[in-house]
Ligand binder design. Structure first.
Ligand code: GDP
Ligand code: ZN
Length: 339
């Protein structure tokens, strides 16, 4: 016996009633806010930190006005650091009333492996490397693939240029030159001596960036050099983590005195690519792109044993470097092992 079905008309009536009920809840909550708080006019702003059900918003344009703690109006989509919002000022707290659409999202898996945005509206991923710890090209490739996959421009910054010597010079310069040839912007700087910091600061002007890279390459040192005083804020962040009011992926936006913004958090620094499938990895190797779809088999994995693989042929012809093709295969293998 089939279940009794609702007619189309009954379904529409139910939908209308549900919509009315949920609008009524919105309306009531908004009215409660408006009734209890003396709110100012709607204005635009940027979320510089998130604390559970509250966010810190900096008014636009970012001038002398301090950031303001804000409640969230009901029914807003989830908000992350870097979001551009419409908000109303109030005492003691303001209210975020709308979230503007994002130009980009930096995502990472949560504890259950589901991809979640951790920061929004990022223009540039700064991949930091250094003579020490010695840079592994495969790791650099991983960061680049992850950046390409998220559609965010990566640049390579080699910090600790003061540590370049006769022993490591050739290796490091070759490495940077290879990436430059692929079209990546590469800079050499030293947080310690200040060498190249002006150029880096110019490069970050008027955009929002994140710094990623191996532990110990000098990400904190660079942030502190670019924006003195950042360390106290980072300290405050970790204090909040221990009090349990944060997750470790909570990010904070810092303004650089010469212009530009950097979003930083432990979670962003560990930014990786374990959630990608092999096709995404291939697409993240920019020089492979013109060849993708040209292999004999549509589901070719370019791992070296497939006949008629356009990637393998291009490597044999010298159009692709063996190093990058091997790096691609290594990443695909390691993703499979991780699964
Ligand atoms: P992070 O883990 O990437 O944030 O790296 P840190 O900023 O904590 O730096 C790691 C170590 O490298 C520290 O001992 C810094 O003093 C040192 N360091 C950072 N930048 C430079 C630099 O430009 N030159 C040299 N020689 N050491 C640096
Ligand atoms: Zn292939």
């Amino acid at each position: 016996m089939s279940k009794r079905h609702l007619t189309k008309q009954q379904q529409r009536q139910i939908q209308r009633n549900q919509a009315k009920a949920s609008n009524a809840v919105d309306q009531r909550q908004a009215e409660e806010f408006l009734a209890t708080d003396d709110l100012g006019p709607a204005q635009s702003g940027r979320v510089i930190a998130c604390f559970g059900t509250q966010v810190e918003v900096e008014p636009d344009p970012a001038d002398e006005s301090p950031a303001k703690r804000c409640h969230l109006r009901a029914n807003l989509p989830s908000i992350v650091t870097g979001d551009r919002v419409i908000w109303q000022d109030g005492e003691p707290k303001g209210v975020v009333v709308a979230v503007q659409s994002r130009s980009s999202e930096l995502c990472r898996p949560d504890n259950r492996g589901r991809l979640r945005p951790v920061a929004a509206n990022i223009d540039c991923i700064v991949v930091v490397l250094a003579p020490l710890p010695e840079p592994h090209r495969n790791l650099v490739d991983r960061y680049l693939v992850a950046a390409e996959h998220q559609g965010i421009t990566p640049i390579l910054v080699m910090n600790k240029s003061d540590l370049v010597d006769d022993h490591n010079r050739d290796y490091l310069f070759d490495l940077l030159e290879d990436y430059q040839q692929l079209g990546y912007d590469c800079l050499q700087v030293s947080a310690r001596s200040g060498d190249g910091i002006g150029r880096l600061s110019d490069r970050l002007d008027r955009i929002t960036s994140v710094f990623v890279g191996q532990s110990g390459v000098g990400k904190s040192s660079l942030l502190n050099t670019l924006a003195p005083g950042t360390d106290t804020a980072v300290g405050a962040l970790s204090e909040a983590v221990t009090k349990g009011t944060h997750t470790t992926t909570t990010a904070r936006l810092f303004r650089l005195p010469n212009g530009g913004e950097v979003i930083d958090s432990p979670g962003i620094r560990e930014f990786g690519l374990w959630h990608l499938d092999p096709a995404d990895v291939a697409d993240g190797f920019v020089e492979f792109r013109p060849l993708l779809g040209q292999c004999k088999f549509r589901d070719c994995r370019h791992m070296g044993s497939e006949p008629g693989c356009a990637i393998a042929e291009a490597m044999a012809n010298g159009d692709l470097t063996q190093r990058r093709v091997e790096s691609f295969r290594h990443i695909v293998q390691s993703l499979e092992t991780a699964r």
